[in-house]
Design a binder for this molecule. Structure first.
Ligand SMILES: Cc1ncc(COP(=O)(O)O)c(C=O)c1O
Length: 511
């Protein structure tokens, strides 16, 4: 089996010449006689065919079965070689349209001096590192709302009104609690939309969730300045940036296992504080079960503990009944924290902490004598934006848009990758795609090569989280809010192209 003319004309439409001969100096275990060697030889031959331009971008490859028959190798050998090349970005695989040569792979022009040598070196990967570009072609990272949908005109109108109506004292040093106009607006809005029970005197304005963590736990290793002490229980999956921030402040975080009902709050032990995302677990997606919501309040009452409620995307719910804030169960046991980072933009840098009475003075002391973070003019603009109804209108409009994007994602997966389970889609701006075991890293790598920015689930796992305690293993987190509207369809198509192929179906079926 040195060279073979593959004649799978019903799929590829032409003969395919593949050279499976052993490259010089590559004898030994795993040679072409071995099963691994055949796979490696086939992968190498396919790379060479793509690289040399003989297999043009977009060309459909033969199904496993027919190529295997033509080459006299096992079907799995072909499937493994295809999977390897999909992971490396040479090929894309999509349910219903088979395996194709990826668009945009680099090829070597004919008659390039020394092409034979450079080809051999280039066989392993298109390049050592992904090509440098100004940014990903398709940004599917979670974390950012659709920047093109920022309500510029309405925000400008609120800013103008706020500026026109502001008394002169606004232009002096700011109150560290935040402008009373904003705290009053939030008291009404959070009660109505999120079920939060509070009054303006218990709200402290900050520049977002991360700032709230810094105020609560201090900024420097060794403590000092913080209102709370570690260790802090956190969900086993969460934002690494927040864990790092806490670590830098000398706070040890202890992972709580997750299951389908959310964080296992029954595992709380000696910690005095717990950080949760009860409305929509970040990033795995489910709400905290009502019994666990009650249980964590019982724990806080019994142990003198406090619950930090991160309500990062609570406004964006789609299919299920609204999930109100845990804070509403006991305002003296919960610090409720929110910001406009998902609802408006993370660039605005405005957030709020709704505090139990006993923490108000300490948090204000941590802020210092004057407002140093949150622009007072922006605070007044946000107050006007909320009171005028513009915030509700914007959230409702964005909810429609994100719901439709979520539906398009689910539909695209059902058509092109039905073997990939999508979870956490009842709310929020991201979804988790569960992948076959062992395919997460190669999928993220393949995505990178195709210009798709995407996070693997492992990114979010607490370093001390026990594998066995986690319900989710391999997966990717897809932020479907980030691309602008006109680019979303192309981003979905590109995403489906890099997902690992499912099992081959039926005789002569697609891979
Ligand atoms: C889990 C989580 N919490 C909180 C936030 C908000 O962070 P910030 O208000 O600091 O922008 C985000 C990101 O928007 C997030 O993903």
């Amino acid at each position: 089996m040195a060279k073979s003319w593959v004649n799978s004309a019903e799929r590829i439409g032409a003969d395919l010449h593949l050279d499976l001969s052993e490259p010089p100096g590559s004898s030994g275990p795993g040679g072409p006689g071995e099963p691994g060697g055949r796979r490696a030889a086939l992968a190498r031959a396919l790379r060479e065919a793509v690289r040399s331009g003989r297999l043009a971008p977009g060309t459909r490859l033969p199904p496993y079965r027919s190529l295997a028959a033509d080459l006299g190798v096992a079907r799995n050998t072909v499937a493994d070689a295809y999977a390897e090349l999909v992971a490396e970005g040479w090929l894309t695989a999509r349910q219903g349209s088979g395996t194709r040569v990826a668009m945009g792979v680099p090829t070597i022009p004919l008659k390039q001096p020394g092409s034979a040598r450079s080809l051999r070196g280039a066989e392993r990967m298109p390049r050592k590192t992904p090509p440098r570009t100004r940014g990903p072609r398709h940004d599917l990272r979670q974390g950012t709302p659709d920047a093109s949908a920022f309500p510029r005109a309405a925000w400008l109108a609120s800013y103008r009104r706020a500026l026109q109506q502001a008394p002169n004292e606004v232009f002096g040093p700011g109150d560290p609690a935040g402008r009373v106009e904003l705290r009053e607006a939030l008291t009404e809005y959070l009660a109505r939309a999120r079920g939060v029970r509070t009054e303006p005197g218990r709200i402290v304005i900050c520049s977002g969730f991360a700032h709230a963590l810094r105020l609560l736990f201090g900024q420097d290793r060794g403590g000092g300045g913080g209102v709370l002490r570690g260790p802090l229980a956190v969900e086993a999956y969460g934002l690494g940036f927040h864990r790092e921030l806490l670590g830098a402040a000398g706070v040890r975080t202890v992972p709580l296992p997750l299951d389908e009902d959310g964080a296992r709050v029954d595992r709380l032990a000696r910690e005095r504080a717990v950080l949760l995302t009860p409305a929509h677990q970040f990033p795995t997606g489910g709400p905290l079960h009502p019994e666990r919501r009650a249980a964590v309040i019982d724990w806080a009452r019994a142990r003198g503990g406090v619950v930090l409620e991160d309500d990062y995307d609570g406004e964006f719910r789609y299919d299920r009944r609204p999930v109100g804030a845990v804070q509403g169960l006991d305002p003296e046991r919960v610090i409720f924290i929110g910001s406009v980072s998902k609802s408006l933009s993370p660039a605005v840098r405005l957030g709020w902490m709704v505090l139990p009475e006993r923490y108000v003075d300490d948090v204000l002391a941590a802020k210092g004598e004057r407002e140093a973070w949150a622009s007072v003019l922006d605070q007044l603009s946000l107050a006007d934006f909320i009171v005028s109804g513009a915030y509700d209108r914007h959230v409702r409009r964005m909810r429609q848009r994100y719901r439709s994007r979520r539906d398009r994602l689910v539909a695209a997966l059902a058509t092109h990758a039905p073997h990939v389970e999508v979870t956490g889609v009842a709310a929020g701006l991201h979804a988790v795609l569960r992948l076959p075991p062992g395919t997460e890293r190669s999928t993220v790598k393949a995505a990178t090569w195709q210009g798709i920015a995407l996070d693997g689930l492992a990114e979010f796992r607490h370093p001390d989280a026990m594998e066995t305690a986690m319900p989710v293993r391999d997966g990717v987190v897809v932020g479907y809010a980030t691309p602008p509207e006109h680019a979303y369809g192309a981003a979905l198509e590109a995403l489906c192209g890099v997902l690992p192929p499912g099992e081959e179906r039926g005789p002569g079926g697609d891979e």
